[in-house]
Design a binder for this molecule. Structure first.
Ligand code: GDD
Ligand code: MG
Length: 333
């Protein structure tokens, strides 16, 4: 008999690979999952969706695994965590296979680069009610091209699934939101020993076993490009998940600003939607708006930073204006 309280507890597998090519040059040194959005890394916004009573969370890592590991050790989540790193990128399916030994039945599968309001407990309840091999959270988007798209039948049964279709071939506007619950048996359906796209190679073959959709009704966004990261930040602040979102001591303007420890910004001014990492300095007369400044960024007086993401220790010189840019670690602008 399992001990009381453990009955029905499940595990979660979080996919944390990929090179973050669309976020270079920042991702040469920082994995995309650790870029702070509205005060905390996107990975931790995903962690917030994982129910607290989870048995274990397995992080399937690859690129910059050691950076993820150091961050997770210094910012421990509320459940046990285990990292399984790939030496070569195995794709989403390969990552699941590589890290999936000992998974619970069912288990949650989560991508780590999306922002959403989603109730995974309700997702699981629906899965247990409807049965089948899995239940996938779906978000409704205008442009389906970068995503996996579902055709929905009665009871939200997924009748077709096409990864990244041409617009003419997209069966609907409901896309794989990057969260699902799967029967453990799906891991046996993933070929081993080579890179595998779970969405392209495995999911279509599972439809006949019963795959259902769980429609998200609040916000969802992909945080995989600079524009979408800044859009996600707005969503999070507007949803009041932006942490301590006032203004730094002695600063002027509207905010909201999510400021980490060690920020100095007296006499600087802030427009809407700003994240300041640890030990960021913004000198008097400088203005920041709709931007993310990572740890140790230094903005000199009278400079302006608009709609930009500045990697760790970037320095913006007196009077300079940075707009719509993504700058890698320690760049001078
Ligand atoms: N461990 C591991 N190994 N993880 C990986 C690898 C890998 O080789 N490649 C990608 N991942 C992780 C990414 O970090 C991300 O969290 C997740 O798997 C999905 O990979 P992406 O590369 O971000 O895929 P995508 O954004 O093009 O498409 C996926 O996400 C969409 C929603 O944002 C698919 O799942 C689509 O169906 C979905 O609509
Ligand atoms: Mg992605």
């Amino acid at each position: 008999m399992p001990p009381p309280g453990l009955v029905g507890r499940v595990k979660a597998l979080v996919l944390i690979g990929g090179f973050g090519t669309r976020l270079r040059p920042i991702t040469y040194t920082v994995p995309k999952q650790l870029i702070p959005i509205a005060g905390k890394p996107v990975l931790y916004h995903v962690f917030d969706l994982i129910p607290p009573d989870i048995e274990e969370v397995v992080l399937a890592t690859g690129y910059k695994s050691e950076v993820i590991e150091a961050y997770v050790r210094s910012h421990p989540p509320p459940w046990p965590v285990r990292l399984v790193a790939e030496s070569e990128p195995l794709g989403t399916g390969g990552g699941m296979k590589n890290a999936g030994a000992g998974m619970s039945d069912p288990f949650y599968l989560l991508n780590s680069d999306v922002i959403a309001a989603a109730d995974l407990g309700a997702l699981r309840a629906l899965h247990e009610h409807r049965g089948g091999v899995g239940t996938m959270a779906l978000a409704e988007v205008e442009d389906t091209r970068p995503y996996g798209v579902a055709a929905l039948g009665p009871d939200d049964r997924i009748e077709a699934f096409v990864e990244k279709p041409e617009p003419a071939d997209a069966p609907s506007h409901w896309i794989n939101a990057g969260f699902a619950i799967w029967a453990a048996s799906v891991l046996e359906r993933v070929p081993g020993g080579r890179p595998v796209s779970f969405e392209r190679e495995v999911v279509p073959g599972l439809l006949s076993e019963g795959l259902f959709g769980f429609r998200l009704s609040r916000y969802w966004d992909d945080a995989g490009t600079p524009e979408r990261i800044l859009r996600s930040q707005q969503l999070l602040f507007d949803d009041a998940r932006g942490g301590r979102a006032g203004l730094p001591a002695g600063a002027l303007g509207s905010g909201p600003v999510a400021a980490a420890k060690g920020v100095r910004a007296r006499g600087a001014s802030f427009g809407k939607y700003v994240t300041l990492g640890e030990d960021v300095t913004v000198e008097p007369g400088a203005h920041i708006e709709n931007s993310i400044l990572m740890d140790g960024v230094y903005v000199e007086k009278e400079a302006m930073v608009l709609s930009s993401i500045l990697g760790p220790r970037v320095r913006v010189r007196t009077g300079h204006r940075v707009a719509g840019q993504t700058l890698g670690e320690a760049v001078e602008a």
